[in-house]
Design a protein around this ligand. Structure first.
Ligand SMILES: N[C@@H](CCC(=O)N[C@@H](CS)C(=O)NCC(=O)O)C(=O)O
Length: 207
């Protein structure tokens, strides 16, 4: 199985971490989305990474579909619980964490435009989503060891990859007057635990 990914995509990192945690071997193919010969749109009409190309040539996307597929590939500890209510809770964490990434990615894309073409109002609106999302995640986590049911799961992975992306993009940016680790102490503490895992270490984003 081949994973098409970009090094700093938080969605692709989520998939890579799930594969490592599940001991599923993937052939990793790093792509440049802006390159003329980028293969991604051959497999995903939306032109987005991650894409998982199966051995029979079928392609799976997006990250939420791929992680579910990988979680079923091996019987070792499930990252998505079998119990329906626990599964919904995990996927809700993932939805919110991914949503924070969507807004953060939108900010970066806007800031990459030439300055006269940038919309300050759009950036502000997306930053409000980033802060509201992180606030909700921080409140939900509080002093819990893991996000859902005292067990490491996809919820922790999705949260960790989102925080990795926030750290990559906004490490030296104050969010309403504070750096993210000061503003969201529960998240910062949990991030400190997660980045000690080999799966997180092996997939660190590149500044
Ligand atoms: N919901 C998708 C989001 C994927 C996504 O937005 N990926 C970005 C990279 S971080 C991308 O490929 N962007 C290219 C584009 O939008 O054309 C997922 O979870 O896989």
């Amino acid at each position: 199985m081949q994973l098409l990914y970009t090094v700093n995509s938080p969605y692709a990192r989520k998939v890579r971490i799930v594969a490592i945690e599940k001991h599923v071997d993937l052939t990793l193919t790093s792509v440049v989305l802006s390159a003329a010969d980028c293969p991604v749109s051959l497999y995903n009409p939306l032109g987005k990474v991650p894409v998982l190309v199966l051995d029979d040539g079928e392609a799976l996307y997006d990250s939420r579909v791929i992680v579910e597929y990988l979680d079923h590939r091996t019987p070792v500890a499930h990252l998505i619980p079998q119990d329906p209510l626990a599964k919904i809770k995990v996927r809700r964490w993932e939805a919110l964490a991914d949503g924070v990434c969507d807004a953060a990615v939108a900010v970066m894309q806007e800031q990459r435009k030439a300055e006269p073409l940038q919309s300050g109002a759009w950036i502000q609106k997306q930053m409000e989503k980033v802060i509201a999302g992180l606030t909700a995640l921080d409140n939900d986590l509080l002093k819990k060891k893991w996000c859902v049911n005292e067990t490491f799961s996809l919820a922790d992975i999705a949260l960790g990859t989102t925080l990795g992306y926030i750290d990559l993009r906004f490490k030296s940016t104050q969010l309403e007057g504070k750096y993210w680790q000061e503003k969201f102490p529960s998240l910062a503490k949990h991030y400190g635990v997660l980045i000690k895992r080999p799966s997180f270490k092996q997939t660190m984003p590149q500044p």
